[in-house]
Design a protein around this ligand. Sequence first.
Ligand code: NAD
Length: 474
Amino acid sequence: MSDAPNRHVDFAGRILIVGFGCIARGVLPLLFRHVGITRDRVRIVSADASHAALAREWGVALRVEPLTRANYRRVLAEELGPGDFLLNLSIDVGSVDLIEWCRDHGVLYLDACIEPWAGGYTDPALTPSQRSNYALREQALALRRPGAQPTAVLTHGVNPGLVSHFVKQALLDVAEAVGAPAQQPADRAGWAALAQRLGVKVIHIAERDTQVARVPKRRGEFVNTWSVEGFVGEGSQPAELGWGSHERALPPDARRHGFGCDAAIYLLRPGAGTPVRSWTPLEGPYRGFLVTHGESISIADHLTVRAPDGSVAYRPTVHYAYHPCDDAVLSLHELAGREWRLQDGRRTLEAGDIVDGMDELGVLLGGHARTAYWYGSRLTNDEARALAPLNNATSLQTAAGVLAGLVWAMRHPERGVVDPDEMDFREVLAVARPYLGEIVGVFGDWTPLQRRGELFPEDLDTDDPWQFSNVRVR
Ligand SMILES: NC(=O)c1ccc[n+]([C@@H]2O[C@H](COP(=O)([O-])OP(=O)(O)OC[C@H]3O[C@@H](n4cnc5c(N)ncnc54)[C@H](O)[C@@H]3O)[C@@H](O)[C@H]2O)c1
């Protein structure tokens, strides 16, 4: 197959990839397939030399030098200049400092998560609010300046990332299904008004990863389908959720941040220890973890309708309900038993280590006239392997989002700092689409009250199934 018809953009600058982990390796084949750039203009800087042979095989130089607060300015200045691109796919590197540096040096930027510097997720000297994604997003948004600025796309993998675009398609689908089709809204206010008109009360990022490892999890080992350290890091942050206007009572362990957009709250407990109920079409009802993610905050913020006096007239509750692969669930159980001290054994499953399964990942819109609607991607590991080398299902969904965000930034290089929600969803999804397997939209009659209280009495809010108190597992 010739590369030319697949080329979405030609890029004249250099690209520096920070980190060469599971996601960066998965992006590499997509990058060279779809972006016109020679291999000598792509370089990697990473903390360690693992996969150096792979980088050589792909003709890409790998520099081993962990970025720190002390050295990042020097390293970036040696690698990048105006018109270049910093693709940050690392863990433990302070995204906000990198974004600021890129803004000041005319460099485009994209990451898949706003990361703090090493230790930032679990520094006991910081308050839970300071360890939140809410705080990191506010710091990133504070870098905005009036006028044209180099584009910096925040958090653009699949989730966060593509799921913001799935939400828009899902809103249009629900409008159609309830007999009130909508024109595509032109701006943020239009999308928020549409969600309000449809009565969407909750948006879950509903993910069921069913990938199965050839070698099952061993005792004392954490197994996952993407970064173990990345997952445990975010799972150790406080649980965070966009807080909807239909909610009647703030959970007793919830707190507001007291600064910024106020679209989200946090709980005084880790997300990986906060189970919630959700639903996907293939899995049916399931328990996932309310792990904090950027999209829970940005989607809630973007879909907020304000009254003339500035008070919140409408906002959906938005959060992640993550059922990772079964070995990761066992790993989490063991981790919690160890009071969140990470196991010594760590294994990220590559495509060849996986014998079966898929990542069923989408958005569940609940509370509207058709009850529940899930829209998203079903990608099996076998499909992922056939579509692109170096990828399992999870990494390919993410890499598709990274590619689509990168292409968008190259096509729109002067947008400044942008949330995924501020990008053209059709343009982005068109680039990602070939790597997402089956895209489906399914209506269901599931609510978090289904089959509740049958065997034992439960404290339920039966007036409104979509209260968070019904969704949360207590
Ligand atoms: N948005 C999404 O859909 C999504 C999905 C998966 C992962 N992610 C995010 O993508 C990022 C990468 O995830 P991954 O699974 O590839 O992680 P990984 O652990 O597999 O790889 C991390 C890489 O970062 C490098 N690194 C660590 N410290 C560094 C430093 N100080 N300087 C330079 N490099 C350093 C490591 O050497 C490694 O190559 C994480 O932020 C993760 O949260 C986002």
